[in-house]
Write a protein that binds this ligand. Structure first.
Ligand code: NDP
Length: 282
């Protein structure tokens, strides 16, 4: 019988812990603040930004919101970021991605001070992770480590296979599993025999972006399967990169979609904002 990893419950627990920490900090006069910038009116981005604001409110973090028109010039956005870098009241800065095409995403990411880079996308944050130094870690993979740890899944010595090598999920995920002493393999679209590799995995993390791509033939008996994908199927229902119904019976632990990895991303963002406060007030 497999266990479902309940990301909703685990993220609620993390938010509760953060709420207590923030209340304690506030009782000593601290104020913690996240600045959220959205450029344009992308619907999905608006939902994400709104959820982030709600999470801040729940935990007791102040959020400053900047909603700029889609035609905002890159220079104007960079200027705003720089003013927030200089603003000592602001602990974390987040620019909701994607930005409109005329704006260079890499330049925007690099403009955020590494001390306030709560998304963990700045090259300095990524570099720190790759050489085992402390720094902000991309929220989704950091959330997956929490899911594993809080479900008492041992990582040390395990064969860990990550399918997907994006900068925000696959690569940092592999580095985090390595930091936890897993034996890590990264797969991507050019991997020659994907099944042969995924079937070796004790822990399989799937971040491909293709609905129900991974079926039971890719999975070893008793594996732990983490599904990062989010899609809407033909019936407008959410599903992941993993075909849950066929894969779950083979696993020891599996994350569902929805209610697995998804809720962890915002919880870890909130964690990073509190972490930013501590870093800046050492
Ligand atoms: P990207 O599209 O940036 O990356 C997908 C990766 O999968 C690439 O590295 C690609 O390889 C690889 N890939 C594609 N097809 C295959 C294949 N047939 N076999 C093996 N590898 C393949 O996606 P993201 O990492 O940004 O996101 C992945 C999924 O996770 C999406 O569904 C996204 O919506 C979801 N997501 C969910 C989050 C959450 O909070 N739950 C947060 C972020 C993402 P190559 O590099 O060779 O092209």
């Amino acid at each position: 019988m497999y266990n479902i990893i309940d990301g909703k419950a685990i993220s609620a627990k993390i938010k509760e812990e953060l709420k207590e920490q923030v209340a304690e900090l506030k009782s000593h006069g601290a104020e913690i603040c996240l600045a959220v910038i959205q450029v344009g009116d992308d619907k999905a981005s608006s939902v994400y930004v709104n959820n982030k604001k709600k999470a801040c409110e729940y935990i007791g973090i102040e959020s400053l919101s900047y909603h700029l028109p889609a035609e905002t010039k890159e220079a104007e956005l960079l200027e705003l970021i720089e003013s927030l870098n200089q603003n000592s009241k602001v602990n974390g800065i987040l620019v909701q991605l994607p930005v409109p095409e005329h704006i260079d995403e890499d330049r925007v990411i690099k403009a955020i001070s590494p001390m306030k880079d709560v998304d963990g996308f700045h090259p300095e944050s990524v570099g720190a992770l790759s050489i085992g130094q402390s720094g902000f870690v991309s929220c989704t993979p950091a959330g997956i480590i929490q899911l594993l740890k809080r479900s008492n899944v041992e990582i040390t010595g395990k064969e860990c296979v990550v399918v997907g090598r994006s900068n925000i999920v696959g690569k940092p995920m592999a580095l985090l599993l390595l930091r936890e002493n897993g034996t890590v393999t990264i797969c991507h679209s050019r991997t020659r025999d994907l099944k042969e590799v995924t079937k070796r995995a004790d822990i399989l993390v799937v971040a491909i972006g293709k609905p129900k791509f991974i079926d039971e033939s890719y999975v070893k008996d008793g594996a732990v399967v983490i599904d990062v994908g989010i899609h809407r199927n033909e019936d407008n229902k959410l599903c992941g990169d993993v075909d849950f119904d066929s894969v779950a019976p083979k696993t020891s632990y599996i994350t569902p979609v929805p209610g697995g990895v998804g809720p962890m991303t915002i919880a870890m963002l909130m964690h990073n904002v509190v972490e930013a406060y501590h870093m800046q007030n050492k």
